[in-house]
Design a protein around this ligand. Sequence first.
Ligand SMILES: [Zn+2]
Ligand SMILES: [Zn+2]
Length: 286
Amino acid sequence: MKRKIKWSTSIFLIGYQIALIGLLISYFLLKGLPHWHFLIYIIVFHYLTMLGVTALYHRFYTHKSFTLNKVVELFLLFLSTLALQSSVLKWVGDHKMHHFYTDTDKDPYNIKEGFWYAHFFWMLRKLKHEAPETLTTDLRKNKLVVIQDKYYYPISFTLNIVVGLFFGLLYNDVLGAFTFLVLLRLFIGHHSTWGINSVAHYFGSKPNSKNESAVNNFWLAIVTLGEGYHNYHHTFPADYRNGTRWFHFDPTKWFIWILSKVKLAGKLKKFPNVEMKIVEPSSTKV
Ligand SMILES: [Zn+2]
Ligand SMILES: [Zn+2]
């Protein structure tokens, strides 16, 4: 069966990366280097928006590894929407399919189709097996999630334009702000997250389970706030930690732990205290 091309997604994802290359070259030729503060902002924005994805989209909405205060949820949702990595409902549906059907035809980013397919090309066509709505039934009762899904593109584009304009006007460098703080930061965030689907199923070690392609990769943990310990994560997906040892770089785990200490999060799931089996999609428990 021929899979339909998702034109708007393809044009956006390919288009913005080509535009970024053009803008970077033009900027360096015409203006040289941007204000050094921009480097700090890129790092801060990258990690803040990534935290929205790792703590909220991944460990809270998908795996329900802990409970969360509603105000913190809204704050993290704001950050994750700025990351432009699709709405919660789409992201969670795909990720649950990935856990249920890892390395098979039903896995949206099946590594068996190749490294670059798992990293990028899976997003450009309709999936052979789209995630059924039943996988996100619980989230469809969450008003914040429903509103985010309904107005996802207007909200996420507006937020990014506001960031670009704000810093552009502040530093009298709108071109620089859009090139570095919007497009380059999106590029770094996208490839870091996509790396979980490609690099973390390809390059690394398998200390916890050898049954699947998922591996632990320290370098990926650095850019994804701890998500690089993917072999452990596939073995015990509901654990709020991905890196379990004290020396594992997992800031998302530290963030959730700190939230729990100030009573903004609770019921942190941790192996071996909870049963963590992968179940069929007829159930929404992961
Ligand atoms: Zn995986
Ligand atoms: Zn997961």
